[in-house]
Design a protein around this ligand. Structure first.
Ligand code: ATP
Length: 364
């Protein structure tokens, strides 16, 4: 395959501006193309200098993300425009997304009808149907990776981001991986069975469930409990959270949260489900009369943000401890602590040694 990277310095062509966000292995900054004045987002990712080192990402992993993003050109998927690479890092020049996370946008609303929520869901499904049509699965769908291009416009546009765990699936080749975030992963991930585009559809079921009720279907007090709940597949629509929800919405979720991946609706089928595309006037009216449980949704979102910042702070603390430790240890012992899972257990500090790990560095 042709080398997809530029090997000159990114500064020659782009002026790097303020930081927009950061992930596990790098920073995202606003940047401006010098020749055109157009603004983009520059995502810098540290790459491992040598095999065996655990700091940074394997070069092949970033290359995989790049090759996948290069194939994806859809209005609801973040676009990749350019890539720079040197020995220490890679810089991805991405479409600039300034509207923040969808969940934060919704949490600011006073009221939201199912109708309005469906407009967002439909865009997510359009992006997914396109991606799945190319046999590409995202494998990390969660609220943090669903963003809005801009806010304050009449019809906000959804952008799916973070293709760090995405895979191009090959016909006849089973792909297995133990990656993801406990709340959103499908049973086949935990059981280490073959994954498919249907794995993403489970996550859509979980996201929809949360969006409508402000509760998470499988969330336990600890990650281990969450994982057990997912594997058992038991969940219910508790009346106190779902009193404003339409029966069609529940039917939609039920057709996604199915243990057997083949039984789940595909993204294309979801787009034809009567909750998304009503066939009769009665169905349309039902939808517009039902609404999101905003009070509970806001609570869920506040807790989610708290946990994300907690994880970030504890990761920083671990990193500082680690740096001290590394001064006394051999390089290969260095980052065991950094490989902890991104936990999403209920209001608890993340514990090391949890089964599921979000780090890309250990995913295959
Ligand atoms: P993770 O730690 O989840 O693996 P990552 O290192 O892959 O993250 P991203 O999730 O891609 O990094 O980006 C980190 C943050 O940077 C995002 O949460 C978002 O706030 C911001 N960000 C990412 N891409 C863009 C973009 N195209 N435009 C604006 N901000 C962005």
């Amino acid at each position: 395959q042709a080398d997809p990277f530029r090997h000159c310095s990114v500064d020659e062509l782009y002026q790097l501006l303020e930081t927009l966000g950061s992930g596990h292995f790098g920073v995202v900054r606003r940047c401006q193309e010098r020749s055109t004045g157009v603004f983009y987002a520059a995502k810098s990712v540290k790459v491992r200098k040598r095999k065996g080192s655990r700091l940074g990402l394997e070069r092949e992993q970033v290359e995989r993300e790049v090759r996948i993003l290069q194939q994806l050109q859809h209005p609801n998927i973040m676009r990749l425009y350019d890539v720079f690479a040197n020995q220490a890092e890679m810089v991805l020049i991405l479409e600039l997304i300034l509207g923040g996370e969808l969940f934060d946008f919704i949490a600011e609303k006073e009221l939201l009808s199912e109708d309005e929520a469906i407009e967002f869901l439909q865009q997510i499904l359009l992006g997914l149907a396109y991606m799945h049509g190319l046999h590409i699965a995202h494998f990390d769908l969660k609220p943090e990776n669903i963003m809005l291009l801009e806010k304050g416009v009449p019809k906000a546009k959804i952008k799916i981001i973070d293709f760090g765990l995405a895979q191009k699936l090959q016909e006849g080749v089973a792909f297995k991986s133990l990656c993801g975030t406990p709340q959103y992963i499908a049973p086949e991930v935990i059981n280490y069975e073959a994954l498919s585009t249907a794995t993403d559809m489970w996550s859509i079921g979980v996201i929809t469930y949360i969006l409508l009720s402000g509760t998470s279907p499988f969330q336990g007090e600890k990650d281990e409990e969450t994982l057990c709940n997912v594997v058992s597949g038991n969940y219910e629509f508790e009346a106190r959270y779902f009193s404003q929800t339409s029966e069609m919405a529940k039917d939609f979720i039920q057709k996604l949260l199915l243990k057997e991946p083949r039984d789940r609706m595909t993204a294309a089928e979801c787009l034809l489900h009567p909750w998304i595309k009503p066939l009769t006037r009665k169905q349309a009216v039902n939808r517009s009369r039902s609404s999101i449980n905003m009070k509970n949704f806001r609570k869920f979102n506040a807790r989610r943000k708290w946990k994300l910042s907690y994880n970030m702070v504890s990761a920083c603390n671990r990193f500082c401890r680690l740096q001290l430790l590394c001064q006394q240890q051999k390089p290969d012992e260095e980052v065991t602590a950094l490989r902890d899972c991104e936990s999403d257990q209920e209001d608890q500090p993340s514990s090391p040694g949890v089964l599921l790990r979000r780090r890309r560095s250990i995913c295959s």
